[in-house]
Write a protein that binds this ligand. Sequence first.
Ligand SMILES: [Zn+2]
Length: 159
Amino acid sequence: MRQNPVLQQIQNNMAPGAYTAHGFLGDDQRNLIDILKNDEQIVAKLGVTHEQIASKMRELTLMGIKTPDVPVIVQGKYEVLVDDHRGFIPCPFADNVSEIKRNTRVRNLDSNDSVYWSDLNIHMIEQHGFYEGIGSSFRNDPTTLFQVLGMSINNNLKK
Ligand SMILES: [Zn+2]
């Protein structure tokens, strides 16, 4: 799909060597607009919102921050490991937001599946509905997040 110049500029910001060495798109050849629309459809089918996914991610990161570099068991369901930060990274959507370079790994104790994200991932999912391109090392597939974080449609509707 064709995209407007603003989105094209943002896509350029996501290329390797622009904002970060490896960029945000992996080997995904799609235009940013198509990446965003596809993940939007996946999230809608799951019955949640970007904000709800980001909120759960932030909740777990905040639980892990208390013990940097030391894994902590949260709610008897997750093992959370947050590494210490090393500077800041700007959001490629050029909204003057910078996030601490801090990474969180969460392992679901039931399934043993893990997910891994940066603070910038939380921001980009929450504010831009962006989960990174396929093949990017920080790509977070919405379905994988949904499953590993143990989210359910019913729980979210109750909130
Ligand atoms: Zn942003």
